[in-house]
Design a protein around this ligand. Structure first.
Ligand code: IPE
Ligand code: IPE
Ligand code: MG
Length: 246
């Protein structure tokens, strides 16, 4: 039996975010170079996208590269950028076939030209799709996102468009990269690390967190179903009491 059959269709997380971690350790465990782990991460990405599309999840956000990851050895960074280009090129047709709309958040202008060009093209080719929205977080830092949001709000004040007193949570949300998207209901982090690593600090305020020791290249549809079933067994109280929710 698949755990898929246990999932309650009416209570699906609308937005799932994933910190895809553990590629390097996965490769090292078998005596291979870290890049081998990144190469083998694609299958898990494909599996999770497909499963979300099949289930009817509206938003899937994948943390693929942080601003801090630029500090890794140059060879690894270059290898990752090359993999990104080839993944975009080989997978865009599948995205179109599955009605998936591609989106990207982060300091995209930091990316090498060839990544940016291919990414923009794929985003454009999938822009009219109406199924799952797949967002890649690339050169992403939540702190940078918040700094840019504050700068942008400050500029609106300088221009006389809004007053300082009118700033509320929705104004901040509207200035983030994720504007227009619902906050994640479920955050999954693989590889047994219990940290957020500068990911969606604002948006995760009330997300359910799910940590698994599975290394990302071993993550598959069944692992995703397991996370969703776990999520569905939780009570989201948003500060209220159990009685109020029930
Ligand atoms: C996640 O796997 C992929 C990226 C951060 C790009 P890692 O490369 O972080 O793998 P570990 O955590 O070192 O095993
Ligand atoms: C987080 O993984 C970033 C991505 C998955 C893209 P890292 O491997 O970079 O995180 P830390 O450094 O272990 O916190
Ligand atoms: Mg890691």
């Amino acid at each position: 039996m698949s755990l898929k059959d246990v999932i309650i269709k009416e209570r699906l997380p609308r937005h799932i975010a994933v910190i895809m971690d553990g590629n390097g350790r996965w490769a090292k465990k078998q005596g291979n170079a870290r890049i081998f782990g990144h190469k083998n991460a694609m299958k898990a990405v494909r599996d999770v996208c497909e499963a979300c599309a099949e289930l009817g999840v509206d938003y899937l956000t994948l943390y693929a590269f942080s601003t801090e990851n630029w500090n890794r050895p140059k060879m690894e960074v270059m290898g990752l950028m090359d993999l990104l280009v080839s993944a975009i090129n080989t997978e865009t047709d599948t995205l179109i076939k599955n009605n998936i709309r591609l989106n990207a958040i982060g300091r995209l202008t930091d990316l090498p030209e060839k990544v940016l060009v291919n990414l923009k093209d794929a985003i454009d080719r999938t822009k009219d799709n109406t199924g799952l929205t797949l967002t890649l977080a690339l050169s992403y830092s939540s702190k940078v996102e918040l700094v840019e949001a504050v700068q942008s709000v400050a500029r609106d004040i300088e221009a006389g468009k809004i007053s300082a007193d009118s700033i509320d949570a929705s104004v901040i949300s509207d200035h983030l990269y994720t504007r227009g998207m619902p906050d994640p209901d479920l955050l999954i982090r693989t590889s047994g690390e219990f940290r957020i690593s500068n990911f969606m600090l604002w948006q995760l305020a009330y997300s359910e967190l799910y940590f698994t020791p599975i290394l990302w290249p071993d993550f598959d549809k069944e692992e995703l179903y397991k996370a969703i079933v776990d999520y569905q067994q939780r009570e989201r109280r948003f500060g209220m009491t159990s009685e109020q929710i029930g």
